[in-house]
Design a protein around this ligand. Structure first.
Ligand code: GLC
Length: 442
């Protein structure tokens, strides 16, 4: 009887947790696998804002330029050197496993041939062509998963209330007909994305301006999954997404979410911004990436192509340097699981899926002793990933009467160091076993 009551309590608890999350946890695990294994994605912010190199959409919303002046950029958007195959192959070269491209930003300008509005690059710009279809094809040719960024809010649409930071077109509550027309338009565009591109990942943005009910978020999710049950939806759908999307801010402690993705710019802007030269170095990008995967997240690293479709050389360089590093260390990156909890090793770590191989990330030109605390396993072998060097180690401080493991010191010579970040592979006698206690303290 007791066990039956306990089971019932457990069942109702699980039901209420999944009702709260509005998502069935069983189906989600399987469809998220490629995402969990992918680790690195490339974000692309491309739009008319690249013509003058100003803030994407926000520049008129925040009144840095007037709306007409912003929209004049339509006449300068040519895409004349756009080579989607070259973009996809550069993305592949970076080591990324997926890409997410802006199909429509907050300014409402669609990059595909939408039937729902004339505000698209085919009708309104000298580019005169659908830019998304060939890119989706090129991504798939290069064995990359396809992500479509779509802004739910549309500051250009006549039926959308929002416009500038201090003015709206109308008050939503007083004008349900207009709002319903907007929702229908939005859903038509989302359906077009779904029908035309069958994205592996829908990356929504701008959900903060309205509630789940107002967006009809549940219907959006339902319709996407009815067309493709394996589609992944990011977390910007007012509670109806599959994973969290922290933006620009780095977690210090490991987030409790199963899946998350840090989206980050290379300099300080999402779109092409020639006056922003504050680029992160390849070393910094690699360090951030290692930190993300160590804590169970992905990195979605942004590029902002120019209006003609060329990728700025600074950005290309970062992708290529990152690529050399990811290919050299791929065994420690892709298809791994998050590494040791904090406190065992002072640096990022990952583990093979069976947890019998531990990967230690060692920054830059570090040499000397690497220390691991609380490791109960025997070590079978230590090597440097991407080379054939074997490393020696010794265990010190193991007290015969104590269950606390000794400290592992690994000799790491400068000759083994990668210019950016080395990875040391510690082959364990079996699945990882850790001591998590406080030593002699209670
Ligand atoms: C923010 C901004 C947007 C950018 C996005 C990327 O939500 O509104 O401009 O596209 O972040 O994550």
């Amino acid at each position: 009887m007791k066990t039956r009551i306990a089971t019932l309590i457990l069942i109702s608890l699980c039901a209420s947790i999944s009702a709260q999350n509005k998502i069935d946890p069983k189906t989600i695990d399987a469809k998220m696998q490629w995402f969990a294994d992918a680790k690195l994605g490339i974000f692309i912010h491309w739009g008319i804002y690249s013509v003058n190199g100003i803030d994407e959409s926000w520049s008129f919303y925040n009144k840095k330029v007037s709306y007409p002046e912003y929209m004049k950029q339509l006449t300068g958007f040519t895409a004349k050197n756009y080579n989607p195959e070259a973009w996809a192959s550069l993305i592949r070269q970076s080591g990324a496993r997926y890409a997410v491209i802006t199909t429509k930003h907050h300014d409402g300008v669609a990059l595909w041939n939408t039937k729902a509005s004339d505000l698209n690059v085919v009708k309104m710009t000298p580019a005169k062509k659908d830019l998304i279809t060939p890119f989706v094809k090129a991504l798939r040719n290069n064995n990359l998963k396809v992500g479509t960024y779509f802004s739910l809010l549309d500051w250009s649409d006549k039926n959308y209330p929002g416009f500038l930071k201090d003015s709206s077109k109308y008050e939503l509550k007083k004008n349900p007909t207009k709002w319903n027309a907007f929702v229908a338009f939005n859903q038509q565009q989302i359906k077009e994305l779904s029908d035309q591109f069958n994205p592996d990942l829908f990356w929504f943005d701008g959900d903060w301006e309205h509630s789940a009910d107002e967006w009809q978020a549940e219907k959006i999710r339902h319709d996407i999954l009815a067309a493709n049950p394996n589609a992944i939806i990011n977390g910007r759908l007012q509670g109806y997404g599959d994973y969290e999307t922290p933006e620009q801010n780095f977690p210090v402690t490991r987030p409790r979410y199963n899946w998350w993705e840090l989206c980050m710019t290379m300099n300080n802007n999402w779109g092409y911004h020639p006056d922003d030269t504050n680029y992160k170095t390849p070393f910094e990008v690699i360090s951030i990436f290692a930190d993300c995967i160590s804590m169970g997240g992905n990195l979605l690293l942004d590029i902002g192509p120019k209006e003609d479709g060329t990728i700025p050389p600074e950005q290309e360089l970062i992708l290529k340097e990152l690529g050399q590093w990811t290919y050299k260390h791929s065994e420690a990156i892709f298809k791994t699981i998050p590494g040791l909890p904090q406190g065992h090793f002072y640096g990022p770590t990952t583990l093979s899926k069976d947890s019998s191989n531990l990967y230690l990330y060692v920054s830059g030109k570090t040499a000397g002793k690497l220390m691991i605390k609380g490791l109960k396993n025997k070590i079978e072998e230590i090597t440097v990933v991407g080379g054939d060097q074997k490393l020696t180690h010794r265990v010190v401080g193991k007290i015969s009467w104590s269950e606390v493991p000794g400290l592992v010191f690994i000799d790491f010579p400068l000759s083994a160091a990668d210019p950016y970040m080395s990875v040391v592979k510690v082959k364990l006698s079996g699945p990882l076993k850790l001591y998590r206690g406080k030593g002699g303290f209670n």
